[in-house]
Write a protein that binds this ligand. Structure first.
Ligand code: MEV
Length: 316
């Protein structure tokens, strides 16, 4: 691989958290999501005199030979170059990501955003928001099957958002700070499979599934009110109610339930899965930052592979 010296072009994007409304958002209910800038992905593009080469944690080699799990990334790169009207060769693309893959933290959306931004920057082309969204939506469809679009919207936002499919995305004002803990079960959660499992459940049990989806919609509406008044106790009880519905939908699992129970026993105001579930991460609400730190430590002792805790301020 002969590298040509030139400053690399850079694109980046941050992770996301779904506060409430995962899965029900696929069926038209509202959801609330947050940017999670503690974790991010950076894509750099340099010119080389060779075929397109990808370097990331999971692979190092020609784009045409990536393993199955990276095919979405490969197709995002090809599609972006096609839109840019550029040849499918002569590039070295490096991905540096601190977002764990398959943990419901929006890694696929963030990777796609970073790649598209870096390729447009490399070719010195202005990237219109609609073009970015259309390319990322295609990559997300590859990764998730039928994405609602919430992962992309949250990964592109610097504020908490109110999201409903087909409607305008709104920034949410918080009435007070939130103290949150994210705990990684260490188990890979396949969002595509989780979304498909809910679709199967809809076919097999339409009434009870619709009831859970509707209830998640009601919980999310109440959460908007709890957030705007900064009522943490209320918000916490809504986390618990949402988790019960997600268990009924079949998208929780033992690894999630164990961490949810641990967080509750450690005094969390509420705890639930976040993202697709069936592995992935748990989101818990604390009373203050010191409390969040204690809960995070307890979750690590209970087997969480990683935790993050933080304060989210009223203005985002
Ligand atoms: C995944 O982060 C959220 C889901 O609701 C799927 C989607 O909305 O695309 C499970």
């Amino acid at each position: 691989m002969n590298q040509i010296t030139q400053r690399p072009a850079i694109g980046s994007a941050h992770s996301k958290l779904i506060l409430l409304g995962e899965h029900s958002v696929v069926y038209g209910m509202p959801a609330i999501a947050l940017p999670f800038p503690l974790l991010e992905v950076v894509s750099t593009v340099e010119e080389i005199s060779d075929q397109i080469t990808l370097i990331c944690d999971y692979y190092r080699g020609p784009l045409g030979q990536v393993p199955q799990k990276l095919r979405g990334i490969a197709s995002c790169i090809s599609e972006t170059l096609h839109i840019l009207n550029q040849p499918q060769k002569g590039l070295l693309i490096r991905l540096h990501s601190s977002i764990p893959i398959g943990r419901g933290l929006g890694s696929s959306a963030a990777i796609a955003i970073a790649i598209v931004k870096s390729l447009f920057a490399f070719h010195r082309q202005n990237l219109e928001p609609e073009v970015l969204m259309s390319l990322v939506h295609k990559a997300e469809t590859f990764a998730h099957g039928t994405p609602s679009g919430i992962d992309m919207a949250a990964a592109l936002s610097d504020f908490p958002i109110w999201f409903q499919k087909g409607k305008q995305i709104r920034n949410l004002q918080l009435g007070g700070p939130l103290y949150l803990i994210v705990a990684d079960t260490g188990h890979f959660g396949d969002t595509r499979a989780a979304v498909l499992s809910v679709r199967d459940k809809f076919r097999a049990y339409p009434e009870s599934t619709q009831k859970s989806v509707n209830q998640l919609g009601v919980i999310t509406l109440e959460a908007r009110a709890a957030l705007s008044t900064g009522n943490l106790a209320w918000l916490g009880s809504l986390f618990d109610q949402a988790q019960a519905e997600l268990v009924d939908l079949g998208v929780s699992d033992d690894s999630i339930n164990r961490l949810v129970d641990t967080a509750k026993k450690a005094g969390s105001l509420g705890a639930k899965l976040t993202g697709g579930g069936r592995g992935g991460c748990v989101l818990a609400l604390a009373k203050n930052l010191a409390h969040a730190k204690r809960i995070a430590n307890t979750l690590i002792k209970a087997g969480a592979s990683n935790t993050w805790y933080f304060r989210l301020d009223g203005n985002g």
